[in-house]
Design a protein around this ligand. Structure first.
Ligand code: SAM
Length: 269
């Protein structure tokens, strides 16, 4: 099997001995082996990647010498602050329909590392984040906890508008869908062969999910979303990709590399 299509072997590593108890609890929840604190990711040859527990913070680190940097959900990072002023966030906000009088409630049914959800929450929406891959859901949980405890009023304020629902969006309890105005979908798509866009660290995120890339699964997710009682469904797609489930959107908002397909059911409140 190609390396990218293999689910990486993971283990959990407490960064310090003091964190061993909480790491043991998380290892049990995720069904991952627990390494002794003090082990070095550089020298580890028993696992492909380690989930490192460092107080509230969690990061995913590929093992071995020369491995790229870790993957973590860090809403306060320079990259996230930069996105506050990037043009792409305007496209996303327009696609979702932000800018009216009412604070929108958005279900991000494919939350991933929470970047889009954070942008939407920063723009004033309340966002429910659904993520079905348990390790990624834990990265999100830790990112939200770190933001809440950061002491930065902006980060605390934005993170208070975000709530995490681990699991498959289609299995959400009806209560979580109540009051949702928009369902947002950004399903995985197979990386383009020549793409330089996928940073090295993100290759680990992608390999965690490689087994789950199934175009029919994304089609089914759109069809599920279209059956829900919401004002609109928004789907992020590569600029030239076909529409999900061959369903033509009501309209499209296009950027250079991506476009947003917008399926309107009714006017936003
Ligand atoms: C491309 S990533 C989303 C990236 C995200 N928009 C961001 O800004 O970080 C897609 C994510 O959706 C998740 N996913 C796919 N189908 C799902 C479903 N039915 N329910 C919940 N999560 C799902 C995958 O596990 C993956 O983490």
């Amino acid at each position: 099997m190609h390396e990218a299509n293999r689910n990486p072997e993971l283990a959990l590593l407490p960064a310090t001995a003091a964190g061993s108890d909480s790491a043991a609890g998380l290892a049990r929840r995720l069904g991952l082996p627990l390494l002794a604190s003090g082990s070095s990711p550089l020298d580890c040859d028993t696992h492909d990647a380690l989930l490192i527990v460092d107080g509230r913070a969690l990061r995913l680190q590929r093992t071995g010498r020369g491995a790229p940097g870790p993957v973590a959900v860090d809403f306060g990072s320079a990259a996230m602050r930069h996105r506050r002023h990037a043009g792409a966030r305007e496209l996303l906000g327009r696609a979702v329909g932000q800018g009216g009088k009412k604070m929108l409630r958005v279900l991000d049914a494919t939350a991933g590392l929470g970047t889009d959800a954070f942008v939407l929450a920063d723009q004033g929406s309340e966002v429910v984040l659904c993520e079905r891959e348990p390790v990624i859901a834990e990265l999100l949980r830790s990112g939200l906890q770190v933001a809440a405890g950061s002491g930065d009023p902006w980060l605390i304020n934005v993170s208070q508008r975000m709530s995490l629902c681990p699991g498959d969006a289609r299995a959400l309890a009806p209560g979580h869908l109540q009051g949702v105005d928009v369902i947002y979908l950004d399903p995985m798509f197979p990386p383009r062969r020549k793409s330089a866009a996928v940073r090295k660290e993100m290759a680990l995120f992608h390999s965690l999910l490689a087994h789950a890339i199934d175009p029919q699964d994304a089609d089914a997710l759109l069809l599920w979303a279209l059956r829900q009682d919401v004002a609109r469904v928004v789907v992020k797609r590569p600029a030239k990709a076909p529409c999900l489930a061959a369903r033509e959107p009501s309209h499209t908002i296009s950027g250079k590399a991506v476009r947003y397909d917008v399926y309107v059911h009714r006017k936003l409140p």
